[in-house]
Design a protein around this ligand. Sequence first.
Ligand code: NAI
Ligand code: MG
Length: 338
Amino acid sequence: MTKKILLLPGDGIGAEVVDSAKAVLQALSTRFPDATYEFQEAPIGVAALKAGNDPLPETTIEAVKSSDGCLLGAVDEAALPKGTSALGRFRRRLQLYANVRPLRAYAGVACLCPDLDIVVVRENSEGMYSGTEYAVGTDAACAVRIITREGSRRIAKVAFELAASRRKRLTVVHKLGAFKMTDGLFLECVREVGKSYPGVALDPRNIDAAAMDLIQHPGQFDVILATNMFGDILSDEIAGLVGGLGLAASSVLGDKYGYFEPVHGSAPDIAGKGIANPMATILSAAMLVDHLGQKKAAAAIGEAVTSVLAAGKVRTPDLKGKSSTQDVTRAVIDQLMR
Ligand code: NAI
Ligand code: MG
């Protein structure tokens, strides 16, 4: 049955990489007859603000709710006016609390940690990105870090489930010394949920020490559970250990709705140049296809990406190549059709 895929290109390179992933998804049905998609598009971010008066229009929320799957490019959050946001609101509004970011090295891509294979499970609806920020007079400003029992428990469950299906080791990062109440509650919930997973070893670490250990001893990590901001920062660090943001994909799921997106942002420095690496978004599309239950088709996209990277001929400048976004897209599709 044809699945309805909603594309949210967003800003900057968002449209370029989403176009690329769309082309890969369109090619998929030639090999996998059940993998047929009907595409719709909706605005989000600066593009949406310019077109109307809201970076997250109500029509976009409705379109997400009525789609079978959703792929987002990127939003130039920093360019949105003070007091507004698109992604934070989107995630809180639909309770998209679980941001799962698999990060691994690829054969043929030179990187600092060639054996690395880690999944970051980032809480995505509260914490330091709770959206509550205000000025205190003219010379001070305040951001509120919200941690709730419900929010902590549900993300801990996602992380333990994943850890149980992998190497049965879950690192949870915190800064208990500084955040005695918020990280205290978070850790209490994680330990409580962990009682149902006796086979998974829980490894609590301070965020700063973990950031260093990731570089010196990456093999100590398998699944990392983090509150919103810590998870955001650690995932870019780990992406940097395995070839950069151009290869890092993710899912952003709640109990009812969700979407898939590359870890990177709108990259204003390279937007419009046709050199953005589309692999992260193509891999996010593969995660979406997998989520739709089309396992073989999803695996085929992953294999095509792996082959193109291993061959090392067609790659964008972030991977020290000279190819364009379109060249890479074509190479992945050619490989997929083989
Ligand atoms: P960024 O992730 O957009 O870019 C960081 C660096 O990585 C830049 O040098 C960029 O050229 C490079 N890069 C990123 N993706 C790439 C790709 N696919 N191919 C090749 N190079 C790539 O982060 P930055 O510059 O800090 O943020 C730009 C905007 O994006 C900001 O407004 C930020 O708030 C927003 N942002 C949005 C996210 C999202 O939509 N999910 C996530 C992260 C940032
Ligand atoms: Mg980020």
